[in-house]
Ligand binder design. Structure first.
Ligand code: AVJ
Length: 315
């Protein structure tokens, strides 16, 4: 297994944190949720009754796996953007008998390499080239020596919803360019639905989402020299109907100052730090979003129309 590393991941972090906290609406990049504890909490979220996306997407994938595999095609290189739930990727790999190579791309080295090792143990014949990179930034695929016919990216979970639509379009253009004209993209897109269902999914009764949200501060304290006090913030998530997105914030319980290396950030009582957007789309809205970048080959939805899995081809 050949591991590739791209970019100076560390020096970027401080700048991103300071930039976000210097805005009128303070914010922190959602990707900082996912340290070890954060990934663990997200796995717990995925099992909650209220959090429908994961199990619904998995059901769509498994119900349509043969058709999905035939869209992906033979002798492909499968690029996974974010090495997430191994269940989904294993389902795909098990149905792609001629897979040329699998390239999981993730910013978190340990998580990436552990998942790759585990997968390799069960699929000794599979060629895996883990790529340590921040896929939300410019990156290039490692040189592939194996023979292949197509490149297909896999971007599950509706993680695309973390971007604003404008940024999502830019991101998708970049992925299309990185993987090349004619490359495929199998993407999970969460759908618009009843607001109560959405609000419940991000305000679960066991408060796992609240802990997940607060954990971003703990992770930032590890990544940079900062002194966020988790007890001075509380979780707040709601569906913003006008914008078509869930917003997750951390509300400051009191007026306070946070120190980050040689910066001091003042935070007012009830001021919020935006930690995540999770945009929801109709099928039509998403088709419009990708227009001119990808052609829409196929859309699969569950019977309750909660979630969609879409196969796109780069133009
Ligand atoms: C992994 C980004 C798709 O937006 O639903 C879950 C993350 N945040 N609960 C989502 C998340 C709060 C999740 N994504």
């Amino acid at each position: 297994m050949n591991t590739h590393i791209q970019g100076d991941l560390h020096t970027e972090v401080l700048r991103e944190v300071i930039d976000g906290l210097s805005k009128t609406q303070k914010s922190l990049p959602s990707k900082f949720f996912y340290d070890e504890r954060g990934s663990q909490l997200f796995d717990e979220i995925c099992l909650l009754d209220e959090y429908y996306p994961t199990r619904t997407e998995l059901k769509i994938l498994s119900d349509n796996i043969n058709e999905i595999a035939s869209n992906i095609g033979d002798e492909c290189i499968l690029v996974e953007l974010g090495s997430g739930s191994s269940i989904k990727i294993r389902l795909l790999i098990d149905h792609l008998s001629t897979l040329a190579a699998y390239i999981p791309v993730d910013i978190s080295t340990n998580h990436l390499l552990n998942s790759a090792e585990n997968l390799k143990a069960d699929h000794p014949e599979l060629v895996i080239h883990p790529l340590i990179a921040d896929y939300t930034k410019e990156f290039s695929l490692p040189e592939i020596k194996e023979h292949y016919r197509t490149i297909d990216a896999f971007y599950p979970g509706s993680t695309i919803g973390n971007f604003t639509p404008v940024k999502a379009r830019k991101f998708l253009s970049r992925i299309a360019k990185t993987c090349g004209i004619g490359s495929g993209l199998l993407i999970g897109v969460d759908l618009k639905k009843d607001r109560d269902v959405l609000n419940a999914a991000y305000n679960d009764s066991k408060n796992v989402t609240a802990e997940f949200n607060l954990n971003i501060l703990k992770n930032i304290n590890k990544l940079v020299e900062s002194d966020f006090d988790l007890y001075k913030f509380k979780h707040h998530a709601f569906y913003n109907e006008e914008e078509g997105r869930i917003e997750m914030h951390l509300i400051s319980k009191e007026k306070q100052s946070v120190h980050i290396e040689d910066h001091t950030i003042g935070i007012e009582k009830n001021e919020t730090i935006l930690t995540e957007y999770s945009y929801k789309y109709t099928i039509e809205e998403f088709a419009k979003l990708v227009k001119g970048i990808y052609s829409l080959e196929k859309v699969w939805v569950d019977k309750n129309e909660l979630f969609s899995v879409q196969f796109l081809r780069a133009l």
